[in-house]
Design a protein around this ligand. Structure first.
Ligand SMILES: *Cc1c(COP(=O)(O)O)cnc(C)c1O
Length: 344
């Protein structure tokens, strides 16, 4: 695939939020330009885009609820838990995507934190031990952000079986990159599992705000009662329809991310720097005690990576988005220059 790559962005090279560094598919812009005056003036109809999502995820009618970004989906499960069980507990495995804590706090829930072991592998035993009669929500992330580490196959089902009274929100924001998903017949058997997906990352629609919850219709029903009826706007609908129709673009981008990860791994190996092999479009790298200095040195050149050194379990770590190969090359050259100047 040969797509025109946008010229260097005035905002610098953003490798700190796991965005698509190439932008969205050109077909998305064409769809936005084709929006009519009445498209803007009428409340949006989600039937076509929802059917397209059902086909994309390979599920039957009623299994998909589109949301205003996956963030809205992360919020609605917390709202639902609060509505039904005011003194509920929610389990979060750390290091975690920061939104889980924010969603629990927003509704006044009690967070129960389970730390991952030093290798950041999934702590199944500890999660099972943390489940109590008050557990009504469990946020799992596969692959994990910020580590990129997968949850071993079968373990999510074990958590779901052990907490039948809780919603198990499986955040699959990076499933397009991992090529793995829980979505399938399993959702029929495990009706407390709700899978979260986003079109912000691989599909490059972060600014348009569109994600989805995928679950058995019985599991989605209480969430649908809480969600505003028109929370996804028409630009996001039009963009998503076009993005889903251009599968080749996502395939091309996923391959760019794979090559970029390999470049980052090779750079780390050559220098004896620890990293976590990642299933996402990012790599967590343990550069050492001067992680903050590293982030600042690159920022001074307009290259933005994420300082993760204050995140539990991630001391000395930075997180680099693995997007377009040419962007990764620029970043690694800057990393190289910084690495050469520091004392180790
Ligand atoms: C980016 C991200 C999201 C948010 O997705 P939006 O659709 O932009 O709200 C959710 N979960 C994880 C783990 C993410 O990294």
């Amino acid at each position: 695939m040969n797509y025109t790559i946008p010229p260097s962005r005035p905002g610098g090279l953003r490798l700190h939020l796991n965005e698509n560094t190439a932008g969205c598919s050109p077909a998305v812009l064409a769809a936005l330009q084709a929006i009519q005056r009445t498209d803007a003036s009428e409340y949006p109809d989600y039937s076509r885009v929802t059917a397209q999502c059902e086909a994309f995820f390979g599920v039957g009618p009623g299994f998909v609820q589109i949301t205003n970004g996956l963030d809205e989906g992360l919020h609605v499960v917390a709202q639902s838990a609060k509505l039904n069980w005011p003194d509920f507990e929610a389990i979060v495995v750390e290091p975690a995507f920061e939104m889980y804590a924010a969603c629990i706090a927003a509704v006044g829930g009690q967070q129960v934190t389970v730390p991952a072991p030093a290798d950041l592998g999934f702590p199944l035993r500890a999660v099972l031990d943390a489940i109590s009669p008050r557990t009504r929500l469990i946020y799992l992330c596969d692959p994990n952000n910020p580590s990129g580490v997968p949850i071993p196959s079968g373990q999510i089902q074990r958590v779901a079986d052990a907490a039948p009274g809780a919603i198990v929100l499986v955040d699959e924001a990076y499933a397009d990159f991992s090529g793995r998903s829980l979505i399938g017949p399993l959702l029929d058997r495990h009706r407390n599992i709700v899978v979260g997906r986003t079109f912000a990352k691989a599909h490059g629609l972060a600014a348009l705000r569109v994600g989805a919850l995928i679950a058995h219709p019985e599991a989605l029903l209480p969430l649908r009662r809480i969600l505003p009826p028109f929370s996804v706007n028409i630009c996001a609908v039009a963009a998503l329809q076009a993005a889903l129709a251009d599968r080749a673009y996502v395939d091309w981008y996923v391959d760019q991310a794979r090559q970029s990860r390999d470049l980052i791994y090779a750079w780390c190996r050559d220098r004896g720097i620890a990293f976590w092999p990642s299933d996402g479009n990012f790599v967590l790298v343990r550069v050492g005690d001067d992680a903050k200095a590293c982030v600042e040195a690159l920022a001074a050149q307009g290259i933005y990576i994420r300082d993760k050194s204050n995140t539990p379990g991630c001391h000395g770590c930075i997180r680099i988005t693995a997007g377009l190969v040419e962007d990764t090359t620029v970043c690694l050259a800057a990393m190289e220059a910084w690495d050469a100047t520091r004392s180790r």
